[in-house]
Write a protein that binds this ligand. Sequence first.
Ligand code: FUB
Length: 604
Amino acid sequence: MRSVLRTVLCVVSLLLAAVVVPSAARADNPIVQTIYTADPAPLVHNGRLYLYTGHDEDGSTYFTMRDWRVYSTTDMANWTDHGSPMSLATFAWADADAWAGHVAYRNGRFYWYVPVRQRSTGSKVIGVAVSDSPTGPFRDALGRPLVGNGEIDPNVFIDDDGQAYLYWGNPRLWYVRLNQDMISYSGSPTQIPLTTAGFGTRPGNTSRPTLYEEGPWVFKRNGLYYNVFAAECCSEFIGYSTAPGPTGPWTYRGTIMPRQGGSFTNHAGVIDYKGGSYFFYHNGALPGGGGFTRSVAVEKFTYNGDGTFPTINMTAAGPPQVGTLDPYVRQEAETTAWASGVETEPSGEGGMNVGFIENGDHLKVKGVAFGGGASSFTARAASATSGGRIELRLGSATGTLVGTCTVGGTGGWQTWTSVTCPVSGATGTHDLYLRFTGGSGYLLNLDWWRFTSGGGSGGGELLTNGGMEDGTTGWTTSGGTLSAATGVAHAGSRSLLNSGRTAAWNGPHQNVTAKLTNGRSYTTSVWVRSQSGSPSAKATLTITADGTTSYHQLTPARTVGTNGWTELTGTATVSWTGTLTNASFYVETAAGTDGLYVDDASFR
Ligand code: FUB
């Protein structure tokens, strides 16, 4: 992608600069700009939306696809690149065609069903890989195909009664009942009759009389079963059918997304997230894009009152952001709404980093809530050359400059150091642009960044090491043991673990006495999960003034589990009478002594 897309982007940006098309710079579709992606399959898990895609190789003149990719978001605008946790190499018996797959979650595991070409037969089959994490790595679950009949595009639907169905097919449409283990099935693959009543009429084609082409996406909503599919190649549009049950009988309902977008295929994934409904698809919208160099995009939509789909058209703007992004916790550099001119790669410190950064490249991060104001910016950066500068701009890549961080040479592209620079004028909520400047060639790599608050009238962050990336620094516990938990993190690579608690009030705490202002309102956000059990957790401020101790509940108590992170958040006015001698920010439980993981704590 570097050679092809970068060149085209340069040409396009020169053209755009000449004719001034501001909307192009604001566009957030397609979702990924660093590579070509195709065949979206969304999954919501533990409050995060994961997007599984295929990957069209640069300059492809066929569906040349060798690996799959994962992205995720919590706000539908900023997407985190998780790299490639699965490729053709995962399946030792496959040699080509890493095409459209689908991930299903069951019993604590993630199952990724994909079509590939079987080396020994040269025929398309369906493989299944499994992982304990939504971002992998995934391993071949069987060491052989799950099922195979020369057809493609697997999709799994788990009904309310627990029965899972695997659908797939082009030119026919098949299903088979999966067993509870998700890697075997009962009965034989069964063909769904492709009737014109069920799947529409394909004009003038007697050998293939219905509109169904490929890419089934089956789900249930309000008791009605939907099958959304790519229709009538080529070029394809997205149509759908509904049924009273998972195996039919299906009734064709019409077009969702008409033909458009510069790719002769399309492929849909539909999901609800945070109260909205989202339609994923692909097109040829990136520079150099087309039928074999596609890009995944998303639109928000609302079902009609009778449960039918509205017509959905492709846009460059994409859906509105859900909420804002917190700049005062560690943010991955590869979490962006738009990445211009750069690439991503695996980071030596875990996760991914942004790399191949040249003069004039930029990252856009949408809806960044600076609140009362930021005082400094820290970047985790590396450079095998002499480095460059990170300009922090608001609103656009040429917008208000609120800070500039200089990164020097570190001796290697994976030799990481943290650089900090002052920030002023970053208040309220803005799109943040990290614009890179310097000499010629590659300047620097960026792994993550974080602002420190305190530059405005609203007061700054009171907690030290709230992101827990510096181990136990700043924290102490009232009971049990504190340790840095690596590999268990809400964001970044570490959280704080308080194990061996012996009382509900035991928990990680931090002294904030010198930082507190009497009568001020403070906002708390802290992410918690339990080591065992499902206790009710809360954040509390313990205050001692004139010898009297009082307890201020900073957040409502919420049940936390072992399987994902729960945010404790609230706003409380803190006041006392007399001389304040101690104030401690606590995370504790209302009852129970289960160990607590705590991450991304903010009190300001
Ligand atoms: O990406 C390769 C193939 O193109 C997919 O399997 C089909 O759904 C179509 O999108």
